[in-house]
Ligand binder design. Structure first.
Ligand SMILES: [Zn+2]
Length: 202
């Protein structure tokens, strides 16, 4: 993940943030925007400076705003526990370019790797606003960035199912292909029929 680091002159010191439960997605609301421009605008509002932690431009470049472990100023009542990402553009009216979408997806994935239980949401889900706009491709940004399944979980049954799985193997109901029982795969009707027949026999 390539992030352009930037040095900002903050109007006053930023507050550290120790809780991180939400990742809030915003649009700039303007067709053309830059991290520097947003910083200047937010200073003019009397804030410390740029309110977001990341800025994703239409060309796919990602610029850091506030350090990730500090409090943002992007979502009223949620700044104590959230990371804020701003996307250049007005997605009430425009469609997001592919480069920006890909960069946003990678950034979300990157943040999710660091905070596996973080809830990704749009600003409008947490407050009275249309941000990030009706055309904002939320599901495309989030879907492919689902957290990767735990490597350990892939080969072994979950704790709650372990004894039943062991018993099914011992009875010959499941026969692993080279020890691979594909415990997390769905069962087809064909496989189910075989399982039921084996269960009768054994
Ligand atoms: Zn917003």
């Amino acid at each position: 993940m390539q992030i352009t680091e930037k040095t900002y002159d903050w109007a006053y010191p930023l507050t550290p943030r120790s809780v991180t439960t939400h990742l809030v997605l915003h649009h700039a609301g303007a067709s053309r925007a830059t991290a520097a421009g947003i910083h200047a605008y937010h200073l003019s509002k009397g804030w410390a400076g740029i309110a977001y932690h990341y800025f994703v431009a239409k060309d796919g470049s990602v610029t850091r705003g506030r350090p990730e472990n500090t409090r943002g100023a992007h979502t009223m009542n949620w700044n104590y526990c959230s990371i804020g990402v701003c996307f250049e553009g007005n997605y009430e009216a425009e469609e997001m370019p592919a480069a920006q979408r890909d960069a946003g997806r990678a950034l979300i994935e990157d943040i999710r790797n660091r905070y596996p239980t973080i809830v990704v949401c749009r600003h409008c889900e947490l407050g009275q606003t249309s941000c990030p706009g009706r055309n904002f491709p939320f599901s495309q940004l989030v879907a492919s960035a689902e957290p990767a399944r735990d490597a350990e979980q892939d080969g072994t049954p979950a704790a709650w199912a372990k004894s039943a799985c062991d018993a099914a193997v011992a009875r010959g109901i499941f026969k692993g292909d080279g020890g691979d029982f594909r415990w997390h795969d769905p069962v087809t009707r064909e496989e189910l029929a075989v399982i039921l027949e084996r269960a009768k026999e054994n």
